[in-house]
Design a binder for this molecule. Structure first.
Ligand SMILES: [Zn+2]
Length: 139
């Protein structure tokens, strides 16, 4: 069965795939992790139908550990999760890039710790200093 990328239409599904690609997990473990990530614990009624759907699509299988059900990605589920994660991380990169500032001196992209001086943004103190030096030299 070929699963389209459109299969991941909501973030919760994506989270489940990402979480299970780390390691097999109990249902309540999945709910807790998603709760931590989004700040609100999802209900069993939200998570279990998704897990059930993923089982039907053969992305996930159930195995028993310590007499409890754990959810494990199938081989197909693993490769699907991997392609989804790559796909999403590209989107995230684009979203971040649109917000990124470039250092006025060296031109590198500033991911964190913007250093501002004279209305310009720099990646570090040294760039701010060098920029000042080179511009004052010009004038
Ligand atoms: Zn710089």
């Amino acid at each position: 069965m070929k699963i389209e990328e459109g299969y991941v239409t909501n973030l919760t599904k994506f989270y489940i795939l990402a979480l299970l690609s780390e390691k097999p997990r109990h249902g309540y473990d999945i709910m807790r992790e998603i709760g931590n990530a989004i700040g609100k614990k999802p209900s069993a009624g939200q998570i279990y139908p998704l897990l059930q759907n993923m089982r039907e699509k053969k992305l996930v299988k159930v195995s028993i550990q310590d007499r409890k059900k754990i959810y494990v990605l199938t081989t197909e589920g693993k490769s699907f999760a991997k392609s989804m994660i790559n796909h999403f991380s590209e989107l995230v990169k684009i979203a971040i890039r649109q917000k990124l500032k470039k250092c006025a001196h060296c031109g590198c992209e500033i991911y964190s710790g913007i250093f501002r001086k004279g209305g310009k943004s720099f990646c570090c103190k040294n760039c701010a200093k060098s920029y000042k030096n080179s511009s004052s030299k010009r004038s």
